[in-house]
Design a protein around this ligand. Structure first.
Ligand SMILES: [Fe+2]
Length: 216
């Protein structure tokens, strides 16, 4: 990927985040963009690596689009990287069309198509598995969830069983995935001053330039 392409991709991704700032963060008194920036700031404060900071910044990006727009997001991503914009994975296309694909999966697929690393995508996609893990391992965590999150957990497969908990703990990104969820849960502070979106531009461009040419 050349620097111009990387800059263009970062422009596009940041615009999605900015557009997301026009939405309220469901049930909270801060915007989606403030929420994302707070999660990224927590990652930065914890001296996380750049992939983890970017994953924190972009973890809800799939949520910034309606179901109808999600397919377009993936097509746009393909077009930006010279991939065939019709080359959507059949499974994900079917799931979008019936509205059952989680925003985490859309976000992860979107970032993957744009050339972000597999680690960034895996962390972004981990939101639901971590929720299932935490409610399975720590039943008291369930009580901290919002009513909407408790309801969605049922459709996401419910808390992990003991076997699933053990299996998840063997995931090489296990600790980071749980950490990201904790930053996500805490990123709801009204009027918290954190670095702005522009402060992540050079990091995002550098990350894209470090990746090998995207393949679909
Ligand atoms: Fe979030």
């Amino acid at each position: 990927m050349n620097p111009d392409s990387a800059a263009k991709i970062v422009d596009t991704v940041f615009q999605v985040l900015i557009d997301g700032s026009k939405q309220d963060y469901i049930g909270e008194k801060i915007s989606q963009l403030e929420h994302s920036l707070q999660a990224a700031a927590s990652a930065q404060k914890a001296s996380a690596d750049e992939e983890t900071i970017l994953a924190a910044l972009l973890h809800d990006i799939g949520q910034f689009a309606t179901s109808a727009d999600q397919k377009q997001m993936l097509c746009d991503a393909s077009a930006l990287t010279d991939l065939d914009p019709t080359a959507l994975d059949g499974d994900i296309e079917r799931q979008i069309s019936v509205g059952v694909t989680s925003h985490e999966r859309i976000g992860a697929e979107y970032l993957d198509r744009l050339g972000f690393s597999s680690k960034v995508s895996a962390l972004v996609e981990s939101h639901v598995p971590v929720k299932r893990y935490l409610t399975g391992k720590y039943p008291e965590y369930y009580e901290t969830l919002s009513a909407a999150s408790k309801l969605s957990l049922k459709y996401q497969g419910g808390p992990y069983t003991r076997e699933q908990v053990q299996s998840f703990e063997n995931d090489p990104l296990f600790e980071l995935k749980v950490q990201l969820r904790q930053w996500d849960d805490a990123a709801k502070v009204v009027h918290l001053k954190v670095p702005d979106l522009e402060s992540y531009r050079s990091m995002a461009i550098r990350h894209l330039l470090q990746q090998q040419q995207v393949s679909c």
